[in-house]
Ligand binder design. Structure first.
Ligand code: NAI
Length: 465
């Protein structure tokens, strides 16, 4: 058996950082080094202000950093030294060429494989941690087999199932850890790493392709549940049914289960849409157009849900939001993270801006420059340019606020776009008095207490009733 002593992880992002911090914490006998080509990110991991916000993460990093957890840009040296190398780089949707808008861009993964082939000596276990299209390991193996250093390699697939916002919890007690591979010895080496804290019955081993495909499938199923309940929310609004009541009623059926049945303004995050589109692309590639169309509807429904939300706001506010101040509560794609990738808030804000609304945005963890950059990027044309009208809207019609009450001050409406806990405990009477009347609330997360807000004189709209 191979006993892993040194781990290198390429990619110090939302996955690489927390997963490696957890391995370092649980395995004091293993030296864990996270490398990245982004100097600023590495500097942040070495500072008191980590590049990502996750409850409990700071404590773990502080505990292990300087002992068996290191963050560095010294990529070559760290790979050469390691017994096991994780590839945890980004795999965004391709924006150009064949498969643009659907296929995963595997440029960064391929560069990692080439780098590992170039600098390795001896034997290494290479672990795919990034979410990858099924059969990527084939390409990784081919690249590694062309190494001219005499090194030998095993390739494993070990997709990550953590959810942002609960990364630490998910890593401490995962529902399962999935390890796909061909070589028993290599699989066991990784099993033994996780067995330091994960019960053995939760360590699932499969062949490489099942492991790669399971990650895309898991995300497709999760997103499909959200789109399914969101589709029903539209029907609820049309008929007088209440989607939260419907969710409870169906979720108590043990075959359906209660989780991931919350209607909302739509799912966001870097993964769901990207992974489904990747699945759609794969189905088309393998000659399965009906299967592709089936999954694509999940994304179509999600886009529809965001548009429906904005349309309802405009329609309710007497068919115009032009020049009206609207408080945007929350910009992150979900609570307890500072990640805004594909956040529904970006698209809702863009569409409200195009209606010439004046936005007052507040999020407890997202910095104004992040929000500005995200809005700019969705308002640019195909050449990456922002026309004068849109630039003016971004400059003059968006204000970034320090708290929810400040955003709501003098506003016609509040739009709740992220389910941050702090929004539940606001002084709603004071907020109502500071707003224009009627004071509208559009709760895109069904977060606030409906009856209570109505009692306090708000005109309240949630999702799906
Ligand atoms: P990220 O964008 O936060 O981090 C990726 C990092 O890799 C960046 O810091 C980038 O500079 C670095 N990088 C890129 N190319 C490199 C190279 N050649 N050498 C060294 N560093 C390089 O991405 P994130 O969110 O951590 O995702 C990574 C993978 O994990 C993706 O495939 C994603 O689909 C998957 N995943 C993400 C989850 C999430 O919640 N964010 C959950 C589960 C899987």
């Amino acid at each position: 058996p191979i006993a892993v002593k040194k781990i290198c992880c390429i990619g110090a992002g939302y996955v690489g950082g927390p997963t490696m911090a957890m391995i370092a914490k649980q395995c004091p006998h293993i030296q864990v080094t996270v490398v990245d080509i982004n100097q600023q990110r590495i500097d942040e991991w070495n500072s008191e202000e980590l590049p990502i916000y996750e409850p409990g993460l700071h404590e773990i990093v502080s505990e292990c950093r300087g002992k068996n957890l290191t963050f560095t840009t010294d990529v070559d040296e760290t790979i050469r030294d390691a017994d096991m190398v994780f590839i945890s780089v980004n795999t965004p949707t391709k924006t150009f060429g064949v498969g643009a808008g659907r296929a995963a861009n595997l440029e960064f993964v391929e560069k990692c494989a080439r780098k590992i082939a170039e600098v390795s000596i001896g034997h290494k276990i290479v672990v795919e941690k990034s979410t990858l299209p099924v059969r990527t390991a084939e390409a990784v193996k081919t690249i590694l087999s062309n190494s001219t250093t005499g090194a030998s390699f095993d390739v494993l697939s070990n997709p990550e199932f953590l959810a942002e916002g609960t990364a630490v919890e998910d890593l401490i007690s995962p529902d399962r850890v999935l390890i796909g591979g061909e070589n028993e010895t290599a699989i066991n080496a990784l099993v033994e790493v996780y067995a330091n804290w994960v019960p053995r019955e939760r360590l699932l081993t499969t062949n490489l392709w099942s492991s790669e495909l399971s990650k895309l499938t898991a995300n497709a199923f999760l997103a499909q549940r959200v789109s399914s309940i969101n589709a029903i929310s539209a029907l609820c609004e049309a008929t007088g049914a209440d989607v939260d009541e419907v969710s409870t009623a169906i979720g108590t059926d043990s075959r359906i289960g209660p989780k991931f049945l919350k209607a909302s303004v739509g799912f966001g995050g870097s993964c769901f849409q990207k992974d489904i589109l990747n699945l759609v692309y794969l189905c088309e590639y393998f000659g399965l157009p009906e299967v592709a169309q089936y999954w694509e509807q999940v994304v179509t429904m999600n886009d529809h849900q965001k548009q429906r939300f904005v349309n309802r706001m405009v329609r309710t506010m007497f068919n115009t939001v032009s020049d009206k101040r609207i408080a945007i509560w929350g910009f992150a794609f979900k609570k307890d993270t500072n990640d805004i990738r594909e956040s529904a808030a970006i698209y809702v804000c863009r569409d409200l801006l195009m209606e010439k609304a004046k936005l007052a945005i507040y999020d407890p963890q997202v910095k104004p420059e992040q929000m500005r950059a995200a809005l700019e990027s969705v308002m640019q044309d195909e050449n990456g340019e922002l026309n004068a009208m849109k630039r003016e809207l971004l400059d003059n019609n968006v204000q970034y606020c320090d708290n929810g009450a400040a955003a709501a001050d003098d506003a016609h409406a509040i739009a709740v776009l992220t389910e941050w806990d702090e929004f539940k405990d606001c002084d709603f009477e004071a907020i109502r008095d500071s707003m224009k009347q009627p004071a509208f609330v559009f709760d895109g997360r069904n977060l606030l207490k409906h009856a209570d807000l109505c009692d306090k004189g708000f005109t309240y709209f949630g999702i799906g009733f």
